[in-house]
Design a protein around this ligand. Structure first.
Ligand code: HEC
Length: 331
């Protein structure tokens, strides 16, 4: 009984773990070195700041970061005055009312004021409907917790942005994507052929019954011959994937087609600290920013964890000596 429960649990674990990436097909993310990983990892403040710039200049046009207030930016090294200036210069205002309590002006436009540091960073769209309408029906998700919401989040989003689109994917990545897709298609075809063989057997039986009925002068419905499944197209290029026109190929996105066109490119953003504005750097920086946004207290958490471990270590040594002392008469 217990063994079967264990086996069952193991089976579930195995299927869910391997299914996560296989579903719909996607290449395993490129692994990068991050300053924030490991028990002593800390945020690379300069990268997080540059990443905020990338977010502001590129991603903020479509994606919100609902959980961040402007003043949180002080935690990544912006001064109070810089934060004030960032809030004031934000191109989306906060809805408010005028002296008469009106929330829309004479032209029917919502009345807004410039954000202040205690405001949350405003979302680019007023609501989901507007967001979808502006993006061909697709919804740009909020980025506050995105890094935590995806398996291997930092590497995944980095790969998606810097190495996944047709123009930025390496030859090996493309090859792997085509290989995965061809394997999936082959399996789907084999399954369909099995089903077809079964259906064909059933059809033969029905056909015989039908012919007998007709020969005996009885009324009967002629059975329909099953259709043979078509052989799958072998994928040798992105075009062979057969994605619809409003979808962009991305090797790391489940099912290959993503509604977001490649948002980053070389020199998409101009850095003031002299960092080379490559596509990879932009992706690295914006992912550093998103990682901070998803867990601003990460450094505290790690610091406390290490203190607790040191405390427990000292306590263990002390308890050992106490034990020796207490039992010394007995030994
Ligand atoms: C023109 C609008 C637009 C811009 C600009 C844009 N995105 Fe997107 N993004 C989208 C849309 C639409 C989706 C939903 C795609 C889908 O579901 O197929 C999306 C999805 C995503 C996802 C989710 C992928 C997943 O696994 O579900 C991430 C992460 C993301 N974008 C990051 C970014 C970052 C980082 C930037 C800035 C560098 C950015 N986006 C810029 C429109 C945009």
């Amino acid at each position: 009984m217990r063994k079967s429960v264990l086996l069952f649990a193991a089976a579930i674990l195995l299927t869910t773990a391997s299914g996560a990436f296989a579903a719909g097909g996607a290449v395993h993310p490129v692994q990068r070195d991050w300053s924030h990983t490991g028990p002593f990892g800390t945020f690379d403040r300069a990268a997080v700041q540059r990443g905020f710039q990338v977010y502001r200049e590129v991603c903020a046009g479509c994606h919100s970061v609902r959980l961040l207030a402007f003043r949180n930016l002080q935690e990544i090294g912006f001064s109070e005055d810089q934060v004030k200036a960032i809030a004031k210069g934000w191109d989306i205002g906060i809805p408010t009312t005028d002296e008469d309590g009106e929330s829309i002006n004479e032209d029917g436009e919502p009345i807004t004021r410039a954000p202040i540091p205690s405001d949350r960073i405003p979302s680019p769209y007023a609501n989901e409907k507007q967001a979808r309408a502006a993006n061909n029906g697709a919804l740009p998700p909020d980025l506050s917790l995105m890094i935590k919401a995806r398996i291997d989040g930092a590497n995944y989003v980095y790969s998606l942005l810097a190495h996944g689109y047709e123009d930025s994917a390496s030859e090996d990545t493309l090859k792997e994507a085509f290989h995965i897709e061809n394997t999936n298609r082959k399996h789907a075809y084999e399954d369909a052929m099995k089903q077809y063989d079964d259906d064909l057997d059933k059809y033969q039986d029905k056909l015989e019954a039908y012919q007998q009925a007709v020969a005996g002068g009885r009324k009967a419905k002629e059975p329909k011959k099953p259709e043979e499944p078509e052989k799958p197209v072998v994928v040798e290029s992105v075009e062979d994937m057969g994605l619809s026109d409003d979808m962009n190929f991305n090797a790391f996105f489940g099912g290959w087609g993503i509604a977001m066109a490649a948002p980053l490119s070389e020199e998409a953003v101009e850095y003031s600290d002299g960092t080379a504005p490559t596509l990879e750097q932009h992706a690295y920086d914006v992912v550093s920013f998103m990682t901070w946004a998803a867990e601003p207290r990460m450094e505290d958490r790690k610091r406390i964890g290490i203190k607790v471990l040191i405390f427990l270590l000292i306590l263990t040594v002390l308890l050992y000596f106490v034990k020796r002392k207490v039992w010394s008469d007995v030994h």
